[in-house]
Design a protein around this ligand. Structure first.
Ligand code: ATP
Ligand code: MG
Length: 442
């Protein structure tokens, strides 16, 4: 179950630029049994809660279903789209760009697609590089590469100037690929467009390796990150087992959410301790991590510890606050701190640990998407193209119980998704690492 409050039905209504009156050029139908693929009926909905207690009346709270509409808003041959990628790298960015370009140019037959350079900076001609045209040939092989061919950035951008830019360049649909910050920026651009009553659509595609965006069960890049992280945990285990009292310490991505740490630890099956931001842990004391690790070393002479970058921040409270260009609080680096703490404590209790520290973050972020993520990028990007062409705006494409949905930006980026300590993932993690055993000293 989600860790954030239930929305109201009003919050889930997606804004439209106007009535969609043009017949879609896509060769789909609504006739059952003709095997050529269906348009999605505008009245189709995805239920918010797929679970039901027997005897209870189901709630009809629901999302708008994503997908190609029979009637569209924009005239394809007069339409210009633009794509911008912002925030940190994540496997799959190039796949999203490629699928968007191919769907818009090849299937809808729109006039052109502009690639915005280096994030929202590229929407300000005074500071950014000019955009370039994205052609079918240019995007042909980019999905095999990590990173983003458009470049990315952090840092604020005046949304009024962004809208001036869109008007000057004749952009009708802007696709914003990025995390929570990017989607908040997209919402501001859409609000300025609405204030000026312009027919420009803004569509978000959620990008977060941490998997912390609301209404998106799994974001692209997450599966790739988990498989890469699993390999690192396995290697840390090999290192730890090869020396007396070896400790493999792995720091993984996850500023506010422990999804990568939990999933990679479960996939690897080799870690003994997994620490996530959602479940704060004591470092010192009989039931703290250091004493528990010492008990584990005495019993098995090696251990693997996995920590999400956002976990254990309270251990470093004396460090001053610092912020990145986008105004996000910079995390204190818990990895080296914990490595030192383990060494100090183990020396003090006369059972010295041999710590091997792994920080694979940039390695993981820059790899290209695996097959599972490539498929998700393809689905999200094409759904985004359909939403834009249908004249929907101020929304992002989400994934809810494996159904693609259209969600208003205002409700999707007001809070982050976190791992539920009451949920199945955390329970499985505890079962695997048997944390109680080491912590309680039983
Ligand atoms: P990541 O997953 O890497 O954190 P992100 O999209 O959250 O991705 P940010 O650097 O926070 O990355 O934001 C990306 C862009 O969105 C930046 O240009 C930033 O200035 C802009 N942005 C962030 N927050 C807001 C906001 N509240 N309003 C408008 N723009 C914002
Ligand atoms: Mg962010």
């Amino acid at each position: 179950m989600p860790t954030y409050p239930k929305p109201t039905q009003e919050q889930l209504v997606v804004t439209r630029l106007g009535e969609a009156r043009l017949v879609s050029p896509l060769p789909l139908s609504t006739t059952p049994g003709d095997n050529i693929g269906d348009f999605v009926d505008d009245d189709l909905r995805a239920l918010y809660n797929p679970r039901i207690m027997l005897g209870e009346k189901p709630s009809d709270l629901c999302f708008e279903l994503a997908g190609a509409r029979r009637e569209i808003f924009f005239t394809p041959q007069d339409t210009t789209a633009a794509i911008v990628t912002c925030g940190g790298l994540c496997p799959g960015l190039n796949n999203v760009i490629r699928s968007l370009v191919l769907e818009l140019l090849m299937n809808y037959g729109i006039r052109n697609v502009l690639g915005i350079r280096y994030g929202y900076h590229g929407l300000n001609p005074n500071v950014g590089r000019p955009p370039f045209e994205l052609t079918k040939e240019l995007v042909d092989e980019i999905h095999h590469k990590g990173g983003t061919i458009l470049g990315t950035s952090r840092g604020p951008q005046e949304h009024k100037e962004s809208v001036d830019f869109l008007v000057d360049r004749g952009v009708n649909i802007l696709f914003c690929v990025g995390g929570d910050g990017t989607q908040r920026g997209a919402h501001q651009i859409a609000s300025e467009i609405a204030r000026r009553k312009l027919p420009i659509s803004v569509i978000g595609i959620p990008k977060t390796i941490d998997n912390d965006i609301k209404y998106c069960y799994r974001t692209f890049g997450f599966a790739t990150a988990v498989s890469e992280a699993e390999k690192v945990i396995d290697r840390a285990h090999v290192e730890a087992k090869s020396v007396l009292n070896g400790v493999g310490l792995v720091k993984l991505m996850g500023r506010h959410a422990g999804f990568i740490t939990a999933a990679a630890t479960l996939a690897s099956g080799e870690a003994n301790f997994a620490l996530i931001p959602e479940v704060p842990m004591q470092l010192h004391g009989e039931h703290g991590l250091l004493a528990a690790l010492d008990r584990r070393l005495k019993a098995r002479e090696h251990a693997v510890v996995v920590i999400a970058e956002g976990a254990g921040q309270h251990w470093l409270d004396e460090c001053p606050d610092e912020f990145d260009a986008s105004g996000n609080l910079l995390l204190r680096d818990v990895g080296p701190f914990l490595a030192h703490a383990i060494k100090d404590y183990s020396n003090k209790v006369g059972n010295p640990a041999n710590v091997k520290y792994f920080d694979p973050s940039y390695h993981i972020r820059s790899v290209h998407a695996d097959a599972t993520d490539s498929l998700l990028c393809e689905r999200l990007a094409r759904a985004a193209a359909h939403a834009g062409m249908a004249g929907k705006t101020d929304m992002l494409v989400g994934l809810w119980h494996n159904q693609l949905i259209d969600v208003p930006l205002a409700v999707s980026c007001d809070a982050k998704k976190q791992l539920s300590p009451e949920g199945e993932l955390w329970m499985a993690l505890q079962a695997l690492t048997r944390q109680e055993k080491w912590y309680s000293g039983v």
